[in-house]
Design a protein around this ligand. Structure first.
Ligand code: HEM
Length: 209
């Protein structure tokens, strides 16, 4: 099988697992998020748990939609044979990103780890908005290669939650660091990964041409 196809297949498997896990964990297994919420100590504003949870449910639903619609649009088959689907689905991705950003904007001031974590989430918000709009502007100007490269950068943000929890688990469970500190470092670890990996993917694709 072609390398590109194998990579897409692997990505599809990872995304499916993440989507099923996010939906099952947040809507069925742990809808109250008691353990996660108990790690929020010393918040500067009072947290309204019921509103936070409702916002988080919307956040997760659209985050999963962004991940699924982005995945579909990276398929060579969709791009080559179903241009209209690619376009409509592109708008679904754009809309989903905006909803994730709005909900994230609400949750960021209450982030676990307080101000340093909030700053990290705001950096994520601004850079995701910037990369997504840049990808959109490039395709409106018919610059396909640049659109693709910026979509790779934008799509990487869909793995933010998984990366934060991966770094947190390594630091907290693996090295015994406190949960809150591990989570805060996880946010910055995620930012570093989201910036680095797409750069490497785009560079590799340029060399392969
Ligand atoms: C697209 C994939 C994403 C998924 C599946 C996702 C899922 C979640 C979930 C389940 C939570 C609840 C807390 C937890 O379990 O970690 C959460 C919180 C949060 N997410 Fe996302 N998220 C995603 C992307 C993003 C992105 C890209 C941003 C920022 C641009 C973001 C910002 C936030 C913020 C600010 C919180 C609150 C964190 C806290 O209370 O400490 N999320 N997300």
């Amino acid at each position: 099988m072609e390398k590109r196809k194998i990579a897409y297949l692997l990505l599809s498997v990872v995304c499916t697992i993440l989507i099923v896990y996010a939906l099952a964990n947040n809507y069925v297994l742990d809808p109250g998020r008691e353990h996660f919420l108990s790690s929020k100590t010393g918040l500067q504003r009072e947290l309204n748990v019921s509103v936070w949870l409702k916002v988080m449910y919307i956040h997760v639903a659209f985050a999963c939609l962004a991940m699924a619609s982005g995945l579909l649009n990276f398929s060579k088959h969709t791009l080559d044979s179903h241009r209209k689907l690619h376009r409509v689905n592109g708008y679904i991705y754009l809309f989903s990103v905006l909803i994730v950003l709005l909900t994230s904007g609400y949750m960021a001031p209450y982030a676990t780890g307080n101000q340093i974590s909030s700053i990290g989430f705001n950096v994520l918000n601004l850079t995701w908005l910037f990369t997504t709009i840049t990808a959109f502007v490039h395709i409106k100007r018919k610059r396909i290669t640049l659109h693709r490269a910026w979509m790779v950068r934008s799509y990487a943000f869909c793995f933010n939650n998984m990366l934060i929890h991966l770094f947190t688990a390594i630091l907290h469970d693996g090295f015994g660091l406190g949960y809150t500190s591990s989570y805060t470092i996880g946010i910055y670890g995620s930012i570093a990964t989201i910036v680095t990996v797409p750069t490497l993917i785009n560079r590799r694709q340029r060399f392969q041409k």
